[in-house]
Design a protein around this ligand. Structure first.
Ligand code: DSN
Length: 422
């Protein structure tokens, strides 16, 4: 099966909506998707998430539901849990959180009271809204204290984190984030959490697939709780999981349901189970290693073209470019690259003098292109397109962007995406 994919019932019932989905399928096929939190899921994951499992209400947990008719649903959820435990080597897994933000909120509910101090990386430094940032409920209902990275290195200063933690005594410390190009030192965070009496939560949403594939160290021996979405490098459906040692199992389960959520999205649970099965295959290890190899190769090619990369490069799937030296604002570059068929997001860089809605940076990553089968040998071309695209953005050269778009589409046609093919 290749494009156009067939959605016969949808096309008959709602051709307008079917056309929009068809257009999105074509867009995802034709473009070079570099948003580091996105990916292409397999047909198997897509099929599992579009099933009659979505017709069931299943409040509660397997064997302890508030609705009857759970003969199959219980088995689906148990399968997803067993696969998560085996893949990540954890004692407990909850696969019901609707997404990353609700998963993190459940952690607050399990381990803190409103008004308590919590600690996480500041959003503009690469953290996440739900790690206690002011505009988020987690920063409004809790007292968020925030750490960052050093201005000179772009790296976390653990002496500074320790000093802050000992002074502020947070109930919870979050490590992980959304724009961190470097390996997270879970052991260092665990030591600080122990010294300050905090629960350590490793939010590995971005790197869960790398951890599963052995391309990033695991937080399992160090963190009390692991929070992750399932749709980024892990290449599953839009969802989330919380994992922990057995001692925290009850608190986490109670916080997810009935504390925060109602019925789990069973079709998503099924698709998570499929993704976890796929992630346990040897080919997934190859994919994870390739994601990192591609990112390192792309970073090198960008550096060679004079790009300023936060922290000087990458250890994982993600690259954060500061476009200040190129004299092109991040948003202008991102929108121009989009017109060139290269999909990125504009992003704040640490100590950014510009506003978050018009920042200096662009964030890119290699999960999607790796899922399509592109390798290190293609990264010079990718860097070249980015370089030409950013220069065209600065010069307002729409013809140059159109030329890049055609070149991108030609290469993408040679590497059909999972989910868009049989
Ligand atoms: N929105 C996600 C990302 O793009 O990194 C984080 O939640």
């Amino acid at each position: 099966m290749t494009l156009p994919l067939q959605h016969p019932a949808l096309s008959a019932t709602d051709p307008e909506l079917a056309a929009l989905i068809g257009a999105e399928e074509q867009l995802q096929a034709d473009t070079l998707r570099l948003i580091p939190s996105e990916n292409y899921v397999s047909r198997a994951v897509l099929e599992a998430s579009g099933t009659v499992l979505q017709n069931k209400y299943s409040e509660g947990y397997a064997g302890r539901r508030y609705y009857e008719g759970q003969q199959n649903i219980d088995q689906v959820e148990r399968l997803a849990i067993a696969r998560a435990k085996a893949l990540f080597g954890v004692e407990h897994a909850n696969v019901q959180p609707y997404s990353g933000s609700p998963a993190n909120l459940a952690v607050y509910l399990a381990f803190a009271e409103p008004g308590d101090t919590v600690m996480g990386m500041a959003l503009p430094m690469g953290g996440h809204l739900t790690h206690g940032w002011g505009v988020s409920a987690t920063g409004k209902w809790f007292r968020g204290v925030q750490y960052g990275v050093r201005q000179d290195t772009g790296l976390i200063d653990f002496d500074e984190v320790r000093e802050l933690a000992i002074k502020e005594r947070p109930k919870i410390i979050f490590c992980g984030g959304t724009a961190l190009p470097r390996t997270i030192d879970f052991a260092a965070f665990a030591e600080i959490a122990r010294e300050s009496g905090a629960v350590l939560v490793a939010d590995v949403a971005h790197i869960a697939g790398l951890i599963a594939g052995g391309a990033h160290p695991s937080p399992v021996p160090h963190a009390d709780v692991i929070s992750t979405t399932t749709h980024k490098t892990l290449r599953g459906p839009r969802g989330a999981m919380l994992m922990s040692r057995e001692e925290h199992a009850k608190a986490i389960d109670k916080a997810v349901f009935p504390g925060l959520q109602g019925g789990p999205h069973n079709q998503t649970t099924a698709a998570i189970a499929v993704a976890l099965h796929e992630a346990s295959q040897p080919s997934f290890r190859t994919y994870a290693q390739s994601v990192v190899a591609n990112a390192k190769a792309l970073a090198d090619e960008l550096l060679a073209r004079g790009f300023d990369l936060v922290s000087g490069g990458t250890d994982n799937h993600l690259i954060l470019m500061d476009l200040t030296p190129k004299d092109v604002p991040g948003k202008v570059a991102a929108k121009a690259l989009d017109r060139a068929g290269i999909v990125v997001n504009y992003n704040t860089v640490p100590y950014d003098p510009r506003k978050p809605f018009d920042p200096s940076g662009v964030r890119i990553g290699t999960p999607s292109l790796t899922s399509r089968g592109l390798g290190t040998e293609h990264m010079a071309a990718v860097a070249d397109w980015i370089d030409r695209g950013v220069r065209a953005a600065g010069a307002g050269d729409e013809d140059a962007l159109a030329t890049i778009r055609a070149e991108v589409a030609a290469l993408m046609a040679e590497y059909p995406a999972p989910g868009l093919t049989a």
